[in-house]
Design a protein around this ligand. Sequence first.
Ligand SMILES: Cc1cc2nc3c(=O)[nH]c(=O)nc-3n(C[C@H](O)[C@H](O)[C@H](O)COP(=O)(O)O)c2cc1C
Length: 219
Amino acid sequence: MKIVVVNGSPRRTKNTATLLEKAIEGAREKGAEIERINLYEHDFNGCKSCFSCKLAGLGNNRICVIKDDAKPLLEKCLQADALLFGTPIYYDNITGVMRSFLERLWYPIDSNKFTEDRKPIRYIDRTIPVGFIYTMNCPEDWRENLYGYLFRSMQNRMTDFFGHYEAVYSCDTYQFDDYSKYYSNMFNAEKKAEHREKQLPIDLENAYQLGKNLATFGK
Ligand SMILES: Cc1cc2nc3c(=O)[nH]c(=O)nc-3n(C[C@H](O)[C@H](O)[C@H](O)COP(=O)(O)O)c2cc1C
């Protein structure tokens, strides 16, 4: 069981990376082999709308034709037994690099065709279970209101394309190591610390379980 882990955060040791590492620990405990990708280390853009991947007669398991840093990474993802993505929320969305990467991953397997009962037909002939970890500043009780659509749309798309999806949400994260060094009246440092102490172990446990679930999917 090989799991490709894609980090869409620029910070390699902070919230998103920490939760991804915990999920990796869970997956490894169940015997999974891990390959990590840090998207910010690579140079690529999103889909260029060239439609090369949409040509008739190419069959299943298509891949983006653009030859840049993303191409070998996309290949790894499409060969994996499971995929785990992690991203912070930036201005109400996944990070730009994660978005660009997913456009390139999704579009070649998106046939633009539906069955008679409106189920999407995909150009991929197997299920690849997907896990997704989101970290964000907003408090948990704002999450549905602010980002319900974003998270549901990701769930629907991933399920349509890859057949299985589960997510972990980590809210009200620590943005700065030392809040006294920065000015903002958006945060109360004491409340943040209290929340972190209570919630972080729960979020880490959820990430750990997600890793285990991915590694044992279908077993
Ligand atoms: C440019 C930028 C934009 C952000 N926008 C949002 C936002 O719209 N909503 C939110 O809840 N958090 C927002 N955040 C906070 C991050 O999502 C949050 O701190 C996250 O846990 C950071 O992940 P990291 O530690 O892996 O970098 C933003 C942070 C940055 C740097």
